[in-house]
Design a protein around this ligand. Structure first.
Ligand SMILES: Nc1ncnc2c1ncn2[C@@H]1O[C@H](COP(=O)(O)OP(=O)(O)O)[C@@H](O)[C@H]1O
Ligand SMILES: [Mg+2]
Length: 223
């Protein structure tokens, strides 16, 4: 049996950090990131409430992450050719790193090669260009058409940039990197496409508002 080498991340500077995961560029492939779960003990950086929450509901975090991976698999299996233009980041699978199990995903970058900005940072910096708005519209339409379930569809989980395609940067697009999967106790969005569509439209209204835009439900466009 062949042995996969453990990828060494200790000593590397993460490109981004969420409450749950730390994000590193894969030292073996610049088109990929590796996301590693933040240990429960470090959750305190998110504040006292989060630390108490993480301690009390340690299993809940892994439940959320599991839902996310399952939703990726569900969507990917709708078109096993791998050619579907998913609005969520492609996940390549799991890798062993020296700081724990990592999830290998597509790296979404800006034209200079740096991590792409999130919709939240573009909104905050008043930096929304026409191309960003068009990318958000295209993203929203694919979310609706593919019936993606996303319980945490918020601005900081959407990045706007380019994914690597065979070594070349792809077109500008909005990509959901986190928060997909139906994590509701009563998974009505999974039972009913209609319910999921309503939930997505409500989220788009909120995402639009954050950027001073409007979500037109009839035209399925950010204006
Ligand atoms: N594939 C990616 N490409 C570029 N940036 C990413 C990618 N995934 C995550 N990020 C950045 O890292 C941040 C945290 O990642 P995320 O997956 O949301 O972690 P968490 O589960 O802790 O919220 C995101 O808000 C985003 O800025
Ligand atoms: Mg996040």
């Amino acid at each position: 049996m062949s042995h996969q080498p453990v990828i060494r991340l200790t000593g590397l500077v993460p490109v981004a950090r969420g409450y749950e995961r730390v994000v590193y560029v894969d030292p073996t492939d610049p088109d990929r990131v590796i996301k590693v779960l933040v240990p429960d003990a470090d959750q305190g950086k998110g504040g006292r409430m989060r630390r108490a929450f993480a301690r009390t509901f340690a299993g809940y975090r892994t439940y959320l992450i599991r839902k996310e991976y399952l939703e990726y698999l569900r969507l990917a299996l709708c078109d096993p050719s791998g050619q579907a233009h998913l609005p969520i980041t492609h996940m390549f699978g799991f890798v062993q790193t020296d700081i724990g199990l990592g999830c290998s995903s597509q790296f979404v970058r800006d034209p200079s090669g740096a991590p792409a900005p999130t919709w939240a940072s573009l909104c905050k910096g008043n930096d929304i260009a026409h191309d960003h708005r068009a990318a958000m519209t295209d993203f929203a339409r694919r979310m609706l058409d593919m019936n993606v379930r996303a319980s945490d569809l918020r601005a900081r989980n959407i990045v706007l940039g380019h994914r690597g395609l065979q070594g070349e940067p792809g077109p500008l697009e909005a990509v959901l990197v986190d928060g997909f999967g139906d994590t509701h106790v009563i998974p009505i969005r999974s039972w009913s496409r209609w319910a999921n569509t309503q939930a997505l439209h409500r989220r788009f209204v909120r995402l639009a508002k954050g950027g001073g835009l409007t979500w037109s439900r009839s035209d399925r466009t950010f204006i």
